[in-house]
Design a protein around this ligand. Structure first.
Ligand SMILES: Cc1ncc(COP(=O)(O)O)c(C=O)c1O
Length: 222
């Protein structure tokens, strides 16, 4: 099992970090992630033999103990020393960034609960023992669809200067993996989900203001 942990660095399930469940796990350090090296990421491989193999693939297939001897065909997937130095500095800040994102998420939950009670939004489920990294705080519209969501996002941007993002397009709707198969829950989330501003430095007052705008737009949009 390969775990895609691009967004979940720092999340835990009953105290066990994501990335430690599968045979291997991948982490993204792209600029918009919880910690960043500008681009790139990290691969963790559980099994020591496979880990050695992955290290060889990363470094042009070179034997780890025999310089310039390439027993297999590999790639040049090395992280630069400069990016690695930035990454090490970022890891020291990880707990801080996670705490900030959890503070921001708690603020969103508090401010958006009334909209959920009015049936306008569905907020993320919080499950005992599961601790999210809240890379982004997301919610799902209960009605409408692609077109209504676009109007809501546009109004938030033009009237209030608040950027939001739609959920990703499902894989089975992308040309290279296209399938006629119907996956209603995935498709509902893809057409109704919105991501709200989530970044270290967003104050509680900022979140209050964002939620005020979301409330106003959701109650008036038709
Ligand atoms: C779930 C998931 N997997 C993979 C990626 C890709 O990460 P990268 O841009 O570092 O290749 C992303 C990027 O946002 C992601 O959200």
């Amino acid at each position: 099992m390969l775990e895609d942990c691009a967004e979940s660095l720092g999340a835990t399930i009953f105290g066990k970090p994501t990335g430690s469940f599968g045979d291997a796990s991948t982490f993204s350090f792209y600029g918009n992630k919880t910690i960043s090296t500008g681009e790139g990421g990290a691969l963790y491989v559980q099994d020591p033999e496979r880990r050695r193999h992955a290290r060889m693939l990363r470094g042009q297939g070179m034997d780890l103990n025999h310089r310039y001897w390439h027993p297999i065909l590999g790639y040049n997937y090395r992280m630069t020393n400069i990016a690695a130095a930035i990454g090490l500095g970022q890891i020291e800040m990880l707990d801080f960034h996670l705490a900030e994102r959890r503070r921001i998420a708690a603020c969103y939950f508090k401010q958006l609960r009334p909209l959920e009670a009015e049936g306008l939004l569905r907020l993320p489920t919080q499950v005992d023992g599961y601790s999210s990294s809240y890379w982004l705080f997301s919610a799902v519209l209960t009605g409408g669809g692609d077109e209504l969501r676009a109007r809501i996002m546009n109004q938030l941007a033009t009237e209030y200067g608040i950027e939001t993002r739609p959920f990703f397009v499902p894989m089975h709707r992308l040309p290279m993996y296209f399938s006629e198969e119907s996956l209603p829950k995935t498709e509902f989330l893809a057409t109704h989900g919105m991501n709200f501003p989530t970044y270290t430095g967003l104050s509680d007052a900022d979140v209050d203001e964002i939620c005020g705008a979301i409330g106003h737009v959701l109650r008036t949009v038709s």
